[in-house]
Design a protein around this ligand. Sequence first.
Ligand code: HEC
Ligand code: HEC
Ligand code: HEC
Ligand code: HEC
Length: 204
Amino acid sequence: MFSEAPFRGHMRSIPLVCIGITFCAVFCAGVLNAESAPPSATPQKPASTSATNAKTPIEPADNSYCYVCHRNYEKEKLTVIHTPAGIGCEKCHGVSERHSSDEDGITPPELMYPAVKINPFCIECHAVDPLRNRPEHQAALALLREKDPAKILTAGGVTKRLCTDCHGDHRLKVRTRRWDKATGKLLSDDGVRMMETGKPATLK
Ligand code: HEC
Ligand code: HEC
Ligand code: HEC
Ligand code: HEC
């Protein structure tokens, strides 16, 4: 019942903490830090999940910080349905201060989602029971019981079983760099620096 107000206060304090972490990471860990997994590479359970029990009005999420480079997400459906509920990029991907201030674009965001993590993440907020009513949801719900990542995209010839297969258009069509979504390790980089226009993440 009272979950919303303290949570929002907490969100405001994150950037300061994050700057602290950033400086510490830069000065204490140096180059080592780039090779090791980011502290929060796996999704964390959101502090507040229900919009319906909040008494205070919900402020829409402010994604402007991320739109500086990810302008192409401004009208994307997964973003659009969550923004009015106060759930923005930072809620799902972390504040990602180091990622956002790296003009070379090789520092990963704090939270990424390998396929195996996507459905469990969505149902942290969306109760399973109401989803059962739709035939479209059966494969996605069955997947929650599947532990073998190799089967995630292939089992039974079903192609749409990740929540993001059907909801939104959230995947980048072209990648200029790739990280291991579980560890944050940089796997490939086209070498073209970020602030140039016309690159996927900077589409205007
Ligand atoms: C300075 C530019 C810049 C800013 C600001 C920025 N990003 Fe990124 N982001 C990038 C680049 C570059 C990529 C790689 C895109 C590609 O492959 O072409 C990326 C990729 C990502 C990815 C994909 C990770 C994956 O799973 O592979 C996520 C998630 C992401 N950014 C989240 C965010 C969030 C959240 C913010 C705001 C807090 C943000 N970004 C702000 C440049 C930026
Ligand atoms: C409700 C949670 C949620 C919100 C809000 C959200 N994302 Fe994501 N994002 C995800 C999930 C889950 C994935 C993994 C999707 C997949 O691989 O199918 C993802 C993947 C991505 C990717 C990588 C896609 C790829 O091709 O690998 C980028 C880039 C990204 N998000 C950027 C953003 C930006 C920028 C915002 C805000 C404008 C944002 N996201 C808002 C949950 C979210
Ligand atoms: C942090 C909590 C949270 C997470 C994580 C989250 N959602 Fe949501 N989602 C909400 C809230 C709150 C709303 C708006 C209120 C509502 O309609 O339930 C919403 C709305 C939606 C809607 C529209 C619901 C409707 O009735 O039309 C869809 C579809 C949806 N989310 C899908 C997803 C998917 C897919 C994921 C995983 C990528 C996801 N959500 C992750 C909280 C979350
Ligand atoms: C095969 C496609 C498909 C997959 C996979 C899928 N959905 Fe849906 N979902 C739909 C359709 C179609 C609707 C009804 C139209 C709409 O709201 O987009 C829907 C509706 C919803 C709604 C609105 C409430 C409702 O039942 O009308 C939520 C919330 C939702 N889905 C969440 C999820 C989550 C979370 C996952 C992953 C566990 C998921 N969906 C996987 C197709 C899918």
